[in-house]
Write a protein that binds this ligand. Structure first.
Ligand code: FAD
Length: 432
């Protein structure tokens, strides 16, 4: 009987070091560096690479990678405990070499890239000497890939790509883009698309604009590329995976990516929870602390219960991934975690904003950003609604219809069965 919530002492020691390091070194950098992915920013380059060196020496660099990529293969439970600390800081994932979208893109390259592509892109990507972009969503829709129209047609030993992509994060800064395009329009819907590595310097790629999130100023700070591909020629060997196989290739990055986002979100909501509690015991109104008002106490209690439930589900899902070593076997769990993550971050951030009053709405506190982030989590890698539908479908698959018009748990049916079961023993005993 194995049922143990303890962390092994060696890993606990590493985690204690990480917690100090993130608090002392990474969290302050979040307030100085504008964009931790921007390798051309001298401020970023002065502050982040030295920390990355320390992490490498400590043996904690790119811990998400399996042994096939030179990683330690720690397993998802250890990663969960690590990532929930990294989630406290915006730059910590990049300081520890496990940042999106490069983490997922490196998995794709490792599995499907030619030796030349791996040498050119995978090695520097794993070392954060370059960054990458995943370019799939289109202006007319992202949740339903069947509406994608960006296409590639063969031309000699090249493919020629035309179309537009939307919200391609870091497109302006990336050295290469992994682009999903229609290559087989007549095939069944999920066999129409193929995936290509497109070097950023290829003629015909234009970033029309870098869209910013709602809390960023119009015309500055955006990193979500609106990208046009116009007669972009890529060599045939830049196709990743089989022709028509883009959906299978995309899954390589999504399973791991979703659970890692959730692990980091646990850390973020725990940090926000601390802010709620500090405010509750600091602020006085109507002759007492906010902490003494029952509705504030309800906010504290609800937040804690939701965070802990979310954390346990995330850890259990990580544990199942380690047990089964197959993302398909935990699709339901991952969808549940993915859907829950938006709600927990949203609800906890909203309470934190409320309890901080006017200050909470201001740009001097991070809550408006966190609220927006909750919606980002509910969209990127598939909308919450789609994950709930997936979860419900998978759960319902395990059920059969009732034997007749009454449910199988109908009390009259159950009692009749119980009477039959015990008929011999009850024979002759007077009953009401
Ligand atoms: C910050 C951020 C970064 C991103 N980075 C990338 C990236 O790097 N590369 C990339 O390719 N994409 C990226 N995306 C895009 C993301 O994948 C899409 O936003 C997502 O797939 C949804 O597509 P959409 O925005 O076009 O919304 P739509 O497809 O228009 O959907 C809008 C809404 O409709 C509802 N809806 C959709 N489908 C269903 C359904 N089946 N049932 C019920 N309701 C439904 C949901 O409420 C959904 O939010 C990013 C998004 C964000 C917010």
């Amino acid at each position: 009987m194995g049922w143990n919530f303890a962390t092994d002492p060696e890993w606990a020691e590493q985690l204690a070091w990480v917690a100090d390091f993130v608090r002392e070194e990474c969290e302050p950098i979040d307030l100085i560096v504008k964009e931790s992915h921007d390798l051309n920013d001298p401020v970023r380059q002065a502050l982040i690479p030295p920390l990355q060196e320390i992490v490498k020496q400590r043996g904690l660099w790119a811990t998400h990678l399996g042994p096939h990529l030179g990683g330690p293969g720690y397993g998802q439970v250890k990663l969960a405990l690590l990532n929930e600390i990294l989630g406290r800081s915006e730059c910590a994932p990049i300081v520890f070499g496990s940042h999106a979208p490069d983490s997922g893109n490196s998995e794709i390259l490792a599995r499907y890239g030619t030796p030349e592509l791996k040498q050119r892109y995978l090695e520097p990507l794993l070392d954060n000497r370059i960054i990458s972009c995943f370019s799939m969503t289109e202006p007319q829709g992202g949740a339903d890939p069947k509406v994608f129209t960006t296409s590639a047609v063969p031309d000699g030993d090249h493919w020629v790509i035309n179309g537009e992509k939307w919200y391609s994060s870091f497109a302006s800064m990336a050295s290469f883009l992994i682009v999903m395009v229609v290559t087989d329009p007549e095939a069944p819907p999920y066999q129409r698309h193929s995936m290509f590595v497109v070097p950023a310097e290829t003629p015909g790629i234009t970033v029309l604009r870098d869209v910013g999130l709602g809390y960023q100023p119009l015309g500055g700070g955006g990193r979500e590329g609106y990208v046009r591909y116009e007669n972009v020629r890529v060599p045939a060997d830049h196709m990743l995976g089989p022709r028509g196989g883009a959906f299978a290739v995309a899954q390589t990055r999504l399973g791991g990516g979703r659970i890692h986002h959730a692990m980091r979100t646990v850390g973020l909501v725990r940090r926000i929870f601390d802010m709620i509690c500090e405010r509750a015991v600091s602020r006085h109104t109507q002759g007492g602390r906010l902490a003494d008002k029952q509705m504030v106490q309800e906010m504290v209690a609800d937040s804690w219960m939701e965070i802990e439930a979310f954390r346990l589900l995330t850890l259990q899902t990580a544990w199942k991934i380690d047990q089964y070593d197959d993302y398909k076997a935990v699709r339901a769990d991952i969808s549940a975690v993915k859907a829950m993550m938006q709600k927990v971050l949203h609800d906890v951030s909203a309470r934190a904003l409320q309890i901080h009053g006017s200050l909470g709405t201001s740009h001097e506190m991070p809550f408006v950003q966190y609220l927006t982030e909750s919606f980002v989590l509910g969209l990127a890698d598939g909308p919450t609604e789609v994950h709930k539908v997936t979860l419900a479908r998978l759960l319902l698959n395990g059920y059969s219809p009732a034997p007749d018009v009454f449910p199988s748990e109908h009390l009259l049916r159950l009692r009749a069965a119980a009477e039959r079961k015990f008929a011999d023993r009850l024979a002759g005993i007077p009953r009401d």
